[in-house]
Design a protein around this ligand. Sequence first.
Ligand SMILES: Nc1ncnc2c1ncn2[C@@H]1O[C@H](COP(=O)(O)OP(=O)(O)O)[C@@H](O)[C@H]1O
Ligand SMILES: [Mg+2]
Length: 348
Amino acid sequence: MIQLCCAFGGRSDEYEVSLQSAYAVLGSVDRNKYNLIRLGITRDGRWFHYTGPDEKIADGSWVDDSAHLCAAHLSQNYKDRTLYTDNGALAIDVFFPIMHGSFCEDGTLQGMLSLCGIPFVGSGCAASAVCMDKALTKQLIRLTGIPQADAVVARRAQVEKDPEAVCKTAEDRFPYPMFVKPARTGSSVGVSKAKDRAGLLAAIKSAARFDDKLLIEEYIPGHEFEVAVLGNDAPEASCVGEIVPGKEFYDYQNKYSDHTASYHVPARLPAETAELIRSYAVQVFRTLGCAGLARVDFFSDGQQVVFNEINTLPGFTPISMYPKLWIHDGLSYPELIDRLVTLALSAS
Ligand SMILES: Nc1ncnc2c1ncn2[C@@H]1O[C@H](COP(=O)(O)OP(=O)(O)O)[C@@H](O)[C@H]1O
Ligand SMILES: [Mg+2]
């Protein structure tokens, strides 16, 4: 039996998304192969070994289930691979961070796991940190020649000191509408579309609340397309999925609560455009030094393809694209988890 430590929650704005992702993963793991260790991390960063029902993870009440919570911490000794709890020690073979965003997906946790010598699912410290930062990602992808939205990068201090000047720099580069986003959030947190100067001023101030670095991007028309990539040295791309946002853009409500977005798997695209997207996805994955898994997102009007962003720990909720794309390609959810664990063990 493999001791699989599934971590959920975490200190990011995507805490709730993580709970849904974790619930889905926990429900699909092959119990004949894996012993599950549930490691819950609260919004304020406390670690607990959780032994209660998975339903309480899904509805968020796990954190109040004190009868099933036990304070826990990892041994930092290299290759000790042990989770110490108030009730004893648990051996860990593989760590699966089923979490998204800051302190989960941005290289901090990955650096700590590397220090501890614990194999883990997904990209390492450097690739995770670069992929979490949309400004750094853009700089590296520029070297590949893959098309992407032009962008102006601004700091919170500039937004506070002279917001009009920040707007002017963007207006000199591209027309309205523009997209404004924090450099290091996910799930559309802090993202807005600005149609004029007043909208842009509000958008940069809003994005600056979430991060001290933000991007103002030119608007890219077209639908959104996502590709799941799986592998280490020989990454494979899934078929392409298509998202049609239910409103102006694919925002947080659209992603997780109002269910108005529609999905097409495979995407309604000419075969050669889909192939181009798949090959770009693998190129992006390799360029950024990813491992294990990533979801790579694009815009396309059917002909031209524009890279948008990469997620090194994409959503695993029942409506998430990453597992959906592999299921379409014939890899079941339990098989997918198996592949991820095998990749984690072979990378360490
Ligand atoms: N440059 C752009 N042009 C058009 N739409 C955009 C642009 N940037 C972002 N969007 C819209 O905003 C959504 C969220 O932005 P994204 O960069 O993917 O951030 P997140 O990491 O939060 O998912 C996208 O799915 C898309 O609908
Ligand atoms: Mg996105």
